[in-house]
Design a protein. Structure first.
Length: 627
């Protein structure tokens, strides 16, 4: 039952480019149909509303040929995790088998992300794999939601699942499900989301068998191989058109949630020669005690997301597209955690690694790379019990703002490009959880100024309505603001507060877990995206529009953009630009800053920061580790 992929000869239909194009789109449609199935059949808000999941379709050898229009951050993880499963069960993969895993040290990312893989057989030959991954609301551990940034080892974070069989020859692995359900706080919802992943795999199998019936086995096998050959060929051609060279970029994470006084260095070097590229994270900090360490597979997704963003967008989302791009993430660093490091909050670091990679790419292609985003989405988890001891867990990834782009403003209130997730609707949250919202709104003067400004972030005010719960937050950009590019200025920093506007008001750190009581009011304000380009070159009508929309004040329009907005009354439609005063102000501002080019990158580092000492400490730590 483990017959290898059959040897093929090339029938006439294979040499038909139209047939190939139709097949390529059909396989991509299978991956998309899988995504729709997960979305429609899932149980929890983090999957059905945040849409924190991905789908893919691979050939019988585990080589991905299509990924659904879901999370780009999973680009690197699915192939690595699937390879771990195939290697573990080599010679023991049969019809009716379904596999699962979440172990970060065997190709996974963090414990809430559970992979489900189903092999698809035709006439005894394994021709394909249906692949899904979903972020599960809870997988146990010390904190509800299993994503605390202040855990210090993997064993605190939940149940680790090495590659196993969920189903064996069609029979459910009851032992696994009993153990799993006993170790998670909301087993009905978690198993419900696993069932949604299984449903997506069933849909993929059904649709793939229809393709086999239409084209025949030989043509299907050949076309799946050809998709990756084609993806590699067009990727190499696109890379060959880029300039050769080497470029590096540095950025800093505030802290790991445990050692709050120690910033964490991210360093990325991009090397390009001919039709190949290397993205190298050597020079990044050693792995930390807190749970923000990235896994190798997730770091690959960070690099590939940035590189794919500057390449033509019609390249298939297949393994072949990644073959010309080598990723280096030294083991034992923040970019490649080793046992027993914690990694539940690794997404924040992965998002920041994508931004750092864009910083390096901006030196190669200033006209292509965007400025820094809000720092990755913020994770807010609230978990506790109702009076009848029934548990509740709210998990939300608050998605914020893009950096300014070389051709347009950063998106307002949208997820990081690596995340590609949605925000929970307030009405759904209030209906399903003991939470009330007092505010969900954009915040003025948080966008990084530029010719193309950074995206506008928003704030959310949560009021807790039950007796007691644990609030867990993973946020960043409290100290190191999102950087601007090509003369653009940094965005503004994020903020956390408890019981704001009361006598008990507290300013909270970026990463923490704490108990909250009924009536407690938590406010999170996202960071604003960095700006791109000279703010004095911004279209004055765009500045006026931002003032009318209350994203930019008239005072900031004058001080940062050199635009004088006349506001004769309360009607925003009457507000307009004083063209003569604006021209004179902009000329005086240009004269005041003097001649010379604007900086390629403008970091929003705190005034009291000197990275020299931190770099020296990290260099010594790496030297000690090597000994």
């Amino acid at each position: 039952m483990n017959a290898p992929t059959p040897a093929i000869s090339a029938p006439i239909a294979i040499r038909d480019p139209i047939a190939f194009e139709l097949f390529k789109n059909s396989v991509a449609a299978i991956a998309d149909e899988m995504a729709v199935t997960v979305h429609r059949t899932s149980y929890t808000s983090v999957v059905k509303n945040n849409m924190d999941f991905s789908t893919a379709f691979a050939d019988g050898e585990g080589v991905v040929v299509a990924q659904g229009l879901t999370l780009s951050g999973h680009l690197g993880a699915i192939p690595v995790a699937l390879r771990a499963v195939i290697d573990r069960f080599d010679g023991d993969i049969h019809p009716g088998d379904v596999f699962a895993m979440n172990d970060p040290f065997e190709g996974g990312m963090h414990l809430p992300d559970i992979f489900v893989f189903q092999p698809i057989f035709v006439n005894g030959a394994r021709l394909a794999f249906a692949c899904t991954i979903a972020h599960h609301t809870d997988v146990g551990g010390r904190v509800p939601g299993s994503s605390a940034a202040d855990s210090t080892e993997i064993f605190q974070e939940g149940i680790r699942i090495p590659p196993i069989k969920l189903y064996e020859r069609g029979h459910r692995n009851e032992t696994f499900f009993r153990i799993f359900e006993a170790n998670v706080r909301v087993p009905d919802k978690v198993v419900g989301d696993l069932t949604a992943q299984l449903s997506a795999c069933y849909v993929a199998e059904k649709q793939f068998l229809e393709l086999v019936e239409r084209y025949g086995i030989e043509t299907v096998v050949f076309f799946m191989q050809e998709i990756n050959i084609y993806a590699e060929r067009v990727t190499r051609a696109a890379i060959a058109n880029l300039p050769d060279g080497e470029w590096s970029f540095e950025d800093w994470i505030d802290d790991d949630g445990v050692d709050r006084d120690k910033p964490i260095r991210l360093f990325c070097t991009v090397r390009k020669h001919g039709d190949e590229m290397v993205v190298d994270y050597t020079g990044s900090s050693p792995q930390v005690r807190g749970a923000i360490n990235s896994t190798y597979s997730y770091s690959c997704g960070s690099a590939w997301t940035a590189v794919r963003a500057i390449l033509p967008q019609d390249i298939p989302n297949a393994d072949g597209a990644s073959r010309p791009i080598k990723i280096i993430a030294p083991p034992g660093t923040i970019a490649n955690v080793i046992m027993p490091g914690a990694c539940a909050a690794r997404a924040m670091t992965g998002f920041r690694m994508t931004d750092c990679t864009f910083g390096a790419l901006s030196q190669m292609l200033p006209e292509m790379a965007p400025a820094a985003t809000d720092g990755g989405n913020t994770n807010v988890s609230i978990g506790g019990y109702y009076p009848n001891r029934k548990p509740f867990i709210y998990v939300d990834f608050t998605c914020g703002s893009w950096g300014g782009r070389p051709f347009d403003d950063g998106h307002d209130g949208l997820s990081h490009i690596k995340g590609n997730m949605a925000s929970h609707p307030v009405e759904v949250i209030e209906a399903e959880y003991p939470i009330q919202f007092l505010a969900y709104e954009f915040v003025a003067n948080k966008c990084g100024p530029g010719k193309y400004r950074g995206g506008a972030p928003y704030k959310r005010d949560y009021v807790f309505l039950e007796e007691e719960a644990v609030l867990s937050v993973r946020a960043d950009r409290r100290r190191f603001a999102p950087f601007g590019l090509c003369g653009g200025l940094p965005g503004t920093r994020s903020e956390n507060y408890l019981n704001v506007d009361t006598d008990q008001a507290q300013v909270l750190p970026g990463k923490f877990s704490m108990s909250i009581k009924r009536g407690d009011h938590f406010r999170h304000v996202l960071a604003g995206g960095g700006g791109w380009g000279d703010p004095l070159e911004r279209d004055v009508q765009k500045v006026v529009k931002d003032v009318r929309n209350e994203l930019v004040s008239a005072e900031l329009a004058r001080s940062q953009y050199g635009v004088v907005v006349i506001m004769p009354g309360t009607r925003a439609s009457d507000w307009h630009v004083d063209e003569q005063a604006t021209h004179a102000l902009r000329e005086s501002m240009r004269a005041a800053r003097g001649p010379g080019p604007l900086p390629l990158a403008t970091h929003g580092w705190p005034d009291d920061f000197d990275g020299t000492d931190v770099r020296a400490l990290e260099a010594q730590a790496r030297a000690d580790a090597l000994r």
